[in-house]
Design a protein around this ligand. Structure first.
Ligand code: ADP
Ligand code: MG
Length: 696
């Protein structure tokens, strides 16, 4: 397919069906894997390798060494070894010699073997009763058309799809490497490669697919991991650089202003709140926009800190906006603010999707004229037509509910306000560094005094009756409660239906004698508001809810919580839910009903019952979920990382971050000719997500 006249760009964008060894059928399979062009194939890195450095014949096997053997399947047998136990023995022949590969309790492996099939096994060999065995070896199924394994001491293992074999994909990729790898341009300048001890692109591509040895494989992988993280860190550093150059209002917390704000609150701030306020006030006193993440466990008093900042902006004649992830929460913030401001002149406006056209128009006008000094709302605040007269501060509650994109678009809507985001899901340090490289972090570690403990139980089905009896007793004593049913991976309609079932069975059963109401995402804003108001007022005793109440809802008299299908909630979410019942003068009681089928759910629920510490739970959560995954970039609105894993590759991340900072310090906008390709890559990948502007 390659001819000297083809340009590099043409070579790399060649559709897969025109590649050697790929016809229309295989092209379709490749496309199923997201592989459309020769470039896609070059960058489809192996997810693992089989180490064939020590290929042996069975006659020359040695004990206790990691070896590989190729042979033909002679016979196999699956034996039952008691309840739930099995042994699969596969006899592999090589001339006169035999080796038995064995798998314990993996009966499904049986489907993968066929007598007469050629296989390649890697593992430790053992002599048992004069015969060779390998337990749980790595297996490669060899097709007659496959190239001989001896060609590659490390065999790449790719993600596959049905109908495509490792051998086939391997030889397709080998072909593309030969014809197209030379056309790939290195985005990293040669001096930089030397400085960072990274292999050049052609060598790295060659060796990540077909490593000559372990060091070669590791060097190649490190290059791509480093590059990916460097690009991310450069994007964040550029963003930060841009922000430093946009002026912001100087909003100093003078002693007089500070005293005036504190007087509005009925309590003393905690040490943690004071520390966060000091850090924030120092930022806001500078003529560059504050960019701060405020994290603290559920109920640690973050909202109060945010209110302080908002009042600080107002004291200087600026407007402040607070954006919450749900309407329920926005209304609650408005209610809290109303109480704090009862004795003051400050005027606030609520802006949510649930307003009538006329209300909305009035709110917009008040914001535009500057009459509304504080604006509280949902994403409705992001509306293009909304113009602030003098926006000085933006606060975003529950950052993890919003993506980076929304953050960016809000920033555009305003000139250059100071900027505070809050989260109750504590974020591990590696992640704040990666995702919020452009944010400073304040952490509140203490709680307001008098916080009530929550007793948490994981109840067995036969304890239900006892729990509801207890629940009823507490209701009769005047306390209130929540019953939570999950909303996971289901449409809102289905969730509403299953919620309705829970509601009806309680209303006609265990809680028949009490005043119940439902709240869920399918209800109109007005309905939700009236239910929440009634719950606040105590006219409703029990709220049957989806995780709508997960974030921030604050009804001090509610001390009881039952969670149905607890195995379907994440750990952070469970902890958020429980945070609803720590606000009053009585201790909370939380009971989870759950069928924990798999180990992970059981570990999650056990951790939840055993700890009340949000920071500890978020670490456990990250461990249980495995690296990357849900805490990863995708959830935060950034493109996913392809090869790097910010937990596993924390050390490389640190190096990439240092390199990025040094580059930006020397060349703030990365305009140097040697970085032109790298800069382009940064903008292509993160320009939109981080609102970096044009490449030019
Ligand atoms: P978060 O937003 O971190 O979940 P909030 O700011 O909503 O927490 O505070 C939780 C509750 O604690 C609210 O009812 C608030 O009024 C109260 N609170 C906050 N700070 C203090 C304090 N320093 N002393 C007493 N109560 C406080
Ligand atoms: Mg809150």
């Amino acid at each position: 397919m390659s001819s000297p006249s083809q340009s590099a760009a043409e070579l790399l964008t060649t559709p897969v069906q025109f590649l050697r060894g790929v016809g229309p059928q295989r092209a379709e399979l490749l496309q199923r894997l997201g592989l459309h062009t020769s470039r896609d194939l070059l960058f489809d890195f192996p997810r693992d390798y089989q180490d064939l450095t020590d290929m042996r014949s069975i006659a020359t096997l040695e004990e206790d060494k990691f070896l590989s053997v190729q042979g033909v399947i002679d016979e196999f047998e699956l034996r039952n070894a008691g309840v739930g136990r099995s042994i699969l023995g596969v006899l592999v022949r090589q001339g006169q010699h035999y080796l038995r590969a064995m798998w314990f309790n993996q009966s499904y492996m049986r489907e993968r073997f066929v007598v007469g099939q050629e296989v390649l096994l890697s593992g430790k060999a053992m002599l048992r009763g004069g015969r060779w065995e390998m337990h749980h070896p790595r297996v490669q199924w060899i097709e007659p058309s496959d190239e001989p394994a001896s060609q590659a001491p490390w065999l790449p293992i790719y993600g596959l799809t049905e109908g495509l074999s490792q051998g086939q994909l391997r030889s397709i990729i080998r072909g593309v490497l030969e014809t197209c790898a030379g056309a790939v341009d290195d985005v990293l300048p040669p001096e930089f490669l030397v400085e960072q001890q990274l292999p050049p692109i052609q060598q790295a591509l060659e060796q990540i697919h077909f490593p000559p040895d372990r060091p070669g494989m590791e060097a190649a992988r490190r290059r791509f991991i480093f590059q990916e993280l460097l690009v991310l860190q450069l994007a964040l550093a550029l963003k930060r650089q841009q922000q430093r150059h946009t002026p912001a209002a100087v909003l100093e917390a003078s002693a007089r202003i500070d005293a005036r704000i504190r007087r509005l609150f009925a309590f003393e701030f905690t040490a943690g709140q004071n520390q966060a306020i000091a850090e924030m006030a120092a930022d806001m006193a500078r003529p560059v926009p504050m960019n701060r993440l405020l994290q603290g466990d559920v109920g640690s008093g973050k909202t109060v800190v945010a209110l302080y900042a908002m009042l600080l902006a107002v004291a200087h004649g600026y407007q402040a906006a607070l954006m919450a992830p749900t309407e329920v929460l926005a209304r609650q913030h408005a209610r809290t603010l109303g109480k704090v401001l009862a004795a003051s002149q400050v005027r606030s406006t609520l802006l949510t999707g649930g307003l009538t056209a006329r209300e909305r128009q009035a709110a917009f006008a008040a914001v535009a004229s500057g009459e509304a000094q504080v604006v509280i709302g949902t994403q409705a605040i992001l509306a293009d037509e909304l113009k602030f007269a003098r926006l000085g501060l933006v606060v975003i509650d529950e950052q993890h509910k919003f993506g980076v994109r929304q953050r960016a678009s809000l920033k555009q809507a305003a000139a250059s306000p100071h900027y505070l985001v809050m989260t109750a899901t504590p974020i591990p340090r590696t992640l704040t560094m990666t995702l919020f490289g452009d944010l400073d972090v304040s952490t509140i570690r203490d709680n307001p005094p008098g916080r009530q403990p929550v007793h948490t139980y994981w109840a067995k089905p036969d304890q239900r009756a006892k729990w509801w009896e207890f629940f009823r007793r507490k209701l009769r004593e005047g306390q209130q409660g929540y019953v939570i049913a999950p909303l996971v991976d289901e449409s809102e309609q289905i969730a509403a239906a299953s919620l309705k079932q829970v509601y009806e069975s309680l209303a006609n059963g265990e809680l028949e004698a009490f005043r119940l109401a439902m709240i869920h995402g399918q209800m109109s804003a007005a309905e939700k508001t009236s239910v929440m108001d009634a719950f606040h007022a105590g006219t409703i005793q029990v709220l049957v809810a989806t995780s709508v109440v997960e974030v921030g809802v604050d009804v001090p008299n509610a001390t009881l919580m039952a969670i149905e299908d607890g195995q379907r909630f994440g750990l952070a979410q469970l902890h958020q839910l429980r945070g609803r019942i720590t606000r009053g003068i009585h201790p909370g009681f939380c009971c989870v009903f759950a069928e924990a089928g798999n180990d992970e759910a059981a570990q999650r629920l056990t951790a939840f019952v055993e700890s009340n510490d949000g920071f500890k739970l978020s670490e456990t959560d990250a461990q249980l979920r495995g690296p990357g995954d849900l805490l990863g970039t995708r959830q935060h609105g950034l493109p996913p990382l392809r090869i790097a894993d910010i937990f596993r590759d924390a050390a490389v991340l640190e190096e990439a971050r240092r390199a990025a900072q040094a580059m930006i310090a020397a060349d703030p906008d990365l305009r140097g000719a040697q970085f032109a390709k790298l800069r382009r890559m940064v903008f292509v990948r993160y320009g939109a997500a981080l609102d970096l502007g044009d490449v030019g």
